[in-house]
Design a protein around this ligand. Structure first.
Ligand code: ADP
Ligand code: ZN
Ligand code: ZN
Length: 799
């Protein structure tokens, strides 16, 4: 028998099957989807078995497989096929597609062990291996055919488990915990003895009257307002003992999940869940677009759909954006489905991710909640796939393989004949257009569950403020409202768009933003040569010193940092307690939750932050949301900048007045007339959609046209331009007249790590020759040293 193997070398030459002989002892043992070690040239390398055949077209003498790495396949038949589909649609190597489907721990396979779970019915021979301990090394038996077969059987039966022990990168995290060494009575005596001489010691000891468990020393110090010295004193007195324990990296592991029961659905929820349930019932693939405003009860619809899937004995995948994977979010799923849920998120260490994956692989959990890559969860009987916040850019992977989780979800949904539900308050234009063409079924959920109105939005023209003599970053209206809320002891959220991209140039008097003469895109300021450039067509001009619209000299790069806002707040509202949340204050693991928790507990009046506070905040006391620089995203040179602005402003607005207290939103902008800002006021997604579609049509952008982006980098500028030019010309000759090929043009980040970066953008509708042409280009430049060429189908970013 012959195994077709795809080897673990991601290059063009090796992106095909190689045939290997299956040694007789392993016939019937090796299956597609297993990893093996094969001789390749002078070395032995890893590979995936993708098929088993009887004949080989290879003329050379076949070599034998050296080693089997898996006892059961790690990739299912479905995932093997999915890899081929990824290779075809996003032009990646097959091996790259397979690798992204598995946890990174499995790429190392340093050490494989067999753990005995249940010895019932195992042969004496195999049992003797496990005589002294519960675990043996795989190598001890891998050469013995009969044992390998038996182990395989036992693994399938759940009697033996295969464990890859992973060398964790970095040190294990440890923390100190203290424990009381006295009984309650003894403790009471000690406290009485101390009297009032050492108030701090007393505070610490009193704490243990109520809490009898081990507690992290740092937490104890914080809770009792004591100090390290006090704890040390109590340890020397033998009242407390201290030891080091390993900290679990899973930020959700310490949480307790209270069981929740399904809610009685509202009429609107019943209407949208009905078609989903019947698709589940009929095992029918259909993609649904659940367009539901914030607070409309989408999550409850997800939960009850999943419940039905589990009822039928099937499995579910739920994708949420990484930044929404908060304890609050996890709680909603674990609260309903308990230990049926595995959570895959970036907070897990390599080993923990692998543990979660293993639980899924072994069928111990049936609901997988996770960020993008959870779409590859090795479930075998999927009954529903849900993508929450489907418009989020993070569902597209920005490096190889450049897949979009939404596309993968639909592909898997087709295979499993199950519904795929895309949910959002502001669907991507692509998805909404598909729903309009009935390729997806639109499910509207346009009212909040508790009937609370969406908050009124006031748009403030900051140019007017400036004319009126207000040079501060707060408009008069926002400032007065902030004072009002501080007096009423209600909470405020201040949102500042992104980490201040100060690359576009704007007139502070009239709001004019320097734009390209040939495209509807703002110019980017290049500090190196003091020029303004268009990243779509290559147009450039010198940096302007006066406004081309009104002649004013107040032309500035845009961007105010959160730190600056915090300073300003300190001056203007010195009594307000500000919690700042941005990349700087949330660098440490867990700090994100900590800051949010303290805001939830009312330890702050104003939550000031970037993108990361836009989502998921659901606090009853927030009655004012202020957006300081609504425009800053609008001028990022990307045709999706209006869409992202509208989505973000809608998200942020949704944070106010979600409960009893009515909320209000103030949006400060220099371009109040821009539709992506104006329409937030009306909460009018449909109007935005229509307007934006017109613009996309005019400019030939998605969803009217498809796009592909070729990025080329090299350390020599001349070379990179030459190659990009050649590539563009090659495509011009190959593709139809309908296709637009833009470039060569320098990338928005024109040099990175000392390499120049150039782009070529293809806009097209129907180009049967495109994929082949692109693959030819890819192949052609594979062997160039130093020159790197990457292809991004349906790019989400142009940097
Ligand atoms: P979305 O996901 O659309 O933002 P959620 O599912 O978070 O909305 O629902 C908003 C709030 O309404 C939540 O507090 C949720 O518990 C509650 N809710 C949802 N559905 C119902 C229902 N049928 N009856 C009562 N409360 C509900
Ligand atoms: Zn241009
Ligand atoms: Zn001006």
């Amino acid at each position: 028998m012959i195994a077709k193997v795809i080897v673990d070398i991601p290059t063009g030459q090796t992106d095909r099957f190689f045939d290997y002989l299956i040694p007789e002892k392993w016939e019937g043992t090796i299956e597609p989807g297993m990893r093996v070690v094969v001789p390749f040239g002078p070395r032995n390398i890893q590979g995936f078995v993708v098929a088993i055949t009887e004949e080989s077209a290879q003329t050379m003498k076949l070599k034998e497989i050296k080693e089997i790495l898996d006892v059961t396949p790690v990739l299912t038949e479905e995932l093997l096929q999915l890899g081929h589909w990824l290779k075809e649609t996003i032009l990646c190597f097959l091996i790259t597609a397979y690798q992204v489907m598995l946890p990174s721990a499995m790429r190392t396979t340093v050490n494989k062990q067999l753990h005995l779970l249940d010895s019932n019915g195992l042969s004496t021979e195999l049992s003797t291996y496990f005589a002294d301990n519960k675990a043996i090394k795989w190598e001890e038996i891998s050469e013995q055919l009969n044992l390998v077969k038996e182990v395989r059987h036992a693994v399938k039966n759940g009697q033996i488990e295969v464990i890859y022990s992973v060398k964790e990168k970095g040190q294990k995290k440890k923390e100190k915990v203290v424990k009381l060494e006295k009984t309650k009575e003894e403790l009471q005596d000690i406290i009485n003895d101390i009297g009032n001489r050492a108030a701090k010691q007393k505070a610490v000891l009193s704490f243990f009257l109520e809490h009898n468990k081990e507690i992290a020393s740092s937490t104890l110090i914080e809770k009792t307002k004591s100090s390290r010295a006090i704890i040390n004193t109590l340890i020397t007195k033998n009242i407390l003992t201290e030891r080091e324990v390993e900290v679990y990296r899973d930020p959700f592991s310490h949480l307790e999940f209270k069981k929740t029961e399904p809610l009685l659905l509202t009429t609107a929820q019943q209407e949208v869940i009905h078609p989903i349930l019947s698709a589940i019932e009929m095992e029918h693939h259909q993609t649904f677009l659940l367009h539901g405003v914030t607070g409309s009860g989408k999550t409850e619809v997800y939960l009850q759909s999943i419940a039905e899937v589990l009822n039928k004995g099937k499995e579910a995948i739920v994708l949420v954006p990484e930044i929404s994977l908060t304890p609050q979010m996890v709680h909603r799923f674990k609260g309903r489905f308990g230990s049926e849920v595995a959570v895959l998120h970036s907070g897990l260490s390599t080993g923990e991710k692998y543990d979660e994956w293993r639980k899924i692989h072994r069928g111990q959990v049936r609901v997988v909640v996770g960020a993008r890559s959870a779409i590859f969860a090795p479930l075998t009987d999927i009954g529903i796939i849900i993508i929450d916040e489907e418009h989020e850019g993070s569902y597209k992977q920005e490096d190889n393989p450049r897949y979009h989780a939404r596309d993968v979800a639909i592909k898997r949904g087709e295979y499993h004949k199950c519904p795929v539900v895309l949910g959002s308050a502001t669907p991507s234009l692509e998805s909404f257009a598909r729903a309009n063409k009935n390729r997806y079924m639109l499910l509207p959920l346009l009212e909040r569950v508790n009937q609370t109105a969406l908050p009124p939005v006031e748009i403030i023209d900051m140019r007017e403020e400036l004319r009126g003599g207000n040079r501060s970053m707060f408009s008069t209206s926002l400032f007065e409202k902030m004072q009002d809320r501080l007096e009423k002891k209600e909470q405020i959220v201040l949102f500042l768009n992104r980490r201040g991209y100060s690359t576009f140039v704007m007139c502070r008097d009239c709001g004019y933003v320097a734009q390209c003469q040939h495209c509807d895109i703002s110019l980017t300021y290049h500090q190196t040569n003091h020029k303004l450039k268009c990243h779509y067509c290559g147009f450039e001009e010198n940096m302007i010193t006066t406004c081309q619209s009104c002649g004013s000299e107040h032309v500035r790069f845009f961007g105010t940092g959160t730190q600056k806002v915090e300073e300003e707040l300190g001056k203007l509202l010195p009594h307000a307690r500000v919690i700042r949340m941005d990349v700087d204050t949330t660098r440490r693991k867990g700090s994100h939750e900590k800051l949010l928790d303290s805001f939830a507990e009312g330890k702050g009046d104003i939550l000031l932050g970037t993108q990361m506070i836009a989502k998921g905040l659901d606090f009853p006391n927030i009655t004012l949301v202020g957006v300081l620089a609504a425009d800053s995203m609008l001028h990022i040179p990307d045709f999706r900048s209006s869409e992202r602005t509208f989505q973000l402003l809608t998200q942020v607005s949704g944070r106010a007045g979600r409960h009893q207290l009515p909320g209000e939103v103030v949006v400060q902008t220099y371009t109040p007339e821009h539709y992506s800002i104006e329409l937030v006021k009306e909460h009018d997604y449909l109007a935005f959609y229509q307007q934006e579609m017109m613009i996309r049509k005019r400019g030939g952008y998605p969803p009217y046209y498809f796009m592909a982006l070729i990025n080329i980098t090299h350390k020599e500028l001349v070379k990179v331009i030459q190659v990009t030019e050649k590539v563009a010309n090659f495509l011009r000759a190959r593709l139809s007249q309908d296709a637009q090929i833009l470039g060569p043009v320098s990338s928005p980040i024109s040099r990175m790590k000392d390499k120049y970066r150039y782009q070529c953008i293809i806009k097209y509708r129907n180009e049967p020759e495109l994929t082949n042409s692109l693959r030819e280009i890819q192949q052609h430049y594979l062997n160039e040293t130093d020159l790197h060429l990457s292809i991004d189908m349906n790019p989400q970013m142009f940097m």
